[in-house]
Design a protein around this ligand. Structure first.
Ligand SMILES: CC(C)(COP(=O)(O)OP(=O)(O)OC[C@H]1O[C@@H](n2cnc3c(N)ncnc32)[C@H](O)[C@@H]1OP(=O)(O)O)[C@@H](O)C(=O)NCCC(=O)NCCS
Length: 199
């Protein structure tokens, strides 16, 4: 017999599209229609030097894009994560990613991540995507605390965290490997559901 828990039952990510005006957040999957095809677009993203250096997408060697898309579809299907593609609203090209995953559903804790292709940087897209995804997680899925981790050397990401309203909470020692087997220190930033959204 399955016992239903109303609190955790609400804490499920259901496929949705979020509109940022100049860009859309769409669920990643094999069916995502981007110019040139999603597989080459994701392979190019994984090969971007900053994405490869600072994210799990490219950090563990050549990325198996088909397997990555399989995992995205599986996570949307079971509601345990929300891997969004950020796509240009005008022409549909892939701009980046905003990713949410439940790290503790009982306690309502979610982790957020993001990357942008180089051509999409410098116009606030990561800040706006992270904010929109976070707000959706709070309002639609009852997220209580959203955590954001980045390698200490990743100052671009630290600025995204500050702009998106995630205060710095501390430095974790040798907490994560972004590839190459070397564990790096990370900053932990977080915002609470009770922190007001300013937009
Ligand atoms: C981290 C990363 C996403 C940041 O990209 P970004 O374009 O610098 O960040 P944003 O999209 O928030 O844009 C911020 C810039 O746009 C400007 N901007 C313009 N309009 C803006 C708006 N409405 N809101 C916020 N910023 C705006 C900001 O002033 C800032 O410019 P600056 O860097 O010259 O000061 C990008 O460097 C990246 O993909 N890196 C590799 C992957 C990575 O590190 N991911 C994070 C892992 S933890």
């Amino acid at each position: 017999m399955t016992i239903s828990d109303p609190a955790t039952d609400r804490r499920v990510f259901r496929p949705t599209v979020l509109d940022l005006g100049d860009a859309l957040l769409r669920p990643f999957g094999h069916g995502l229609d981007v110019p040139g095809g999603i597989v080459p677009a994701l392979a190019a993203a994984a090969a971007d030097p900053a994405v490869a250096r600072w994210t799990p997408l490219g950090g563990s060697g050549p990325v198996d894009v088909e397997a990555y898309l399989d995992r995205c579809e599986a996570r949307w299907a079971d509601g345990t994560a929300a891997p969004f593609a950020v796509v240009d609203a005008a022409d549909g090209r892939l701009c980046g990613n905003a990713y949410l995953v439940w790290t503790n559903r009982d306690d309502g804790v979610v982790m957020v991540g993001y990357w942008l292709l180089a051509a999409a940087r410098g116009r606030g897209l990561a800040t706006r995507a992270a904010t929109a995804a976070t707000r959706w997680a709070v309002e639609q899925a009852d997220a209580r605390r959203i955590e954001l981790y980045h390698a200490v050397g990743n100052e671009d990401s630290c600025r995204v965290a500050a702009r998106a309203g995630f205060p710095y909470e501390g430095t974790l020692r040798a907490s994560y490997t972004y590839g190459g087997g070397v564990y790096t220190d990370e900053h932990l930033h977080a915002r609470l559901a009770s922190d007001p959204f300013t937009d």
